[in-house]
Design a protein around this ligand. Structure first.
Ligand SMILES: C[S@@+](CC[C@H](N)C(=O)[O-])C[C@H]1O[C@@H](n2cnc3c(N)ncnc32)[C@H](O)[C@@H]1O
Length: 225
């Protein structure tokens, strides 16, 4: 695997540590600040109504500095939380908040076998072997298309029944599109692309498919049955 330029995400997560907030488009079209994207989707768009509260577990991929988990943990201290991120600043912040953190590059693929597979596949399988709420909030859109495919199929195959997937991707951000890699535009940046992995499956129940934040984000909530 080539070494990755983490510069952007290290700076992003360092800024959050100092109290910076994220920016989202409100339903009125105005840009507004939020503590984290996960706060926006879980609280404002009512995704939290679909949490599997019996399993008492949250796994967050692209957990950043863990502000959502830390908030949630305050009122749910008997739950188990795990955060994945490849930014050292993010992992440090998670650990400082007492959150179990895994420093993992979600784009890491082992190509040494006949078929490419996720380098961290076994690790993540252990984290989803019991029912869990899996958050992937504004992270898939930043991965390589081939990693997204492997990751989604792996999660679908390995997640215990009862697990709930919370996925939000920016699918229509003209400003971001200008800067981001064009090759990603036809994948997670295409409306309906991520949903298409789940919709044909009889073991997946779609709880929500919605365009929010003035239709710039696709919010998917899917339960493995
Ligand atoms: C836009 S932030 C979203 C953070 C958080 N989910 C939220 O709701 O605010 C994306 C996060 O994904 C992480 N990330 C990006 N690419 C990654 C990769 N290949 N492997 C692991 N983490 C990655 C970044 O370090 C960053 O913390």
């Amino acid at each position: 695997m080539e070494s990755r330029d983490l510069g952007f995400w290290e700076k992003y997560n360092a800024c959050l540590k100092t109290g910076a907030q994220v920016a989202v488009t409100g339903e009125d079209g105005q840009c507004k600040a939020a503590i984290s994207y996960t706060h926006v989707f879980l609280n404002e768009h009512k995704a939290s109504d679909f949490l599997n509260i019996e399993c008492k577990r949250i796994l967050q991929l692209g957990a950043s500095d863990g502000k959502f988990i830390a908030d949630y943990k305050q009122s749910h201290n008997d739950w188990t939380f795990v955060g994945y991120d490849y930014s050292k600043n993010a992992v440090d912040a998670l650990l400082k908040k007492g959150i179990e953190a895994r420093e993992v590059d979600l784009d890491a693929i082992d190509k040494s076998k006949d078929e490419p597979r996720l380098s961290y596949g076994e690790q993540i399988r252990e984290d989803i072997i019991n029912p869990v709420n899996i958050f992937m909030i504004r992270v898939l859109q930043h991965l390589e298309p081939s990693s997204v495919i492997l990751l989604l199929f792996h999660l679908i195959d390995c997640a215990a029944p009862g697990s709930v997937f919370f996925i939000a991707n920016n699918v229509d951000d003209e400003e971001e599109k200008k800067d981001d890699l064009e090759k990603k535009e036809m994948t997670v940046r295409t409306p309906g692309y991520v949903a298409s992995f789940f919709l044909p499956r009889t073991d997946m129940q779609v709880l929500m498919v919605s365009r929010v934040n003035l239709k710039t984000d696709e919010l998917l909530i899917i339960k493995k049955i």
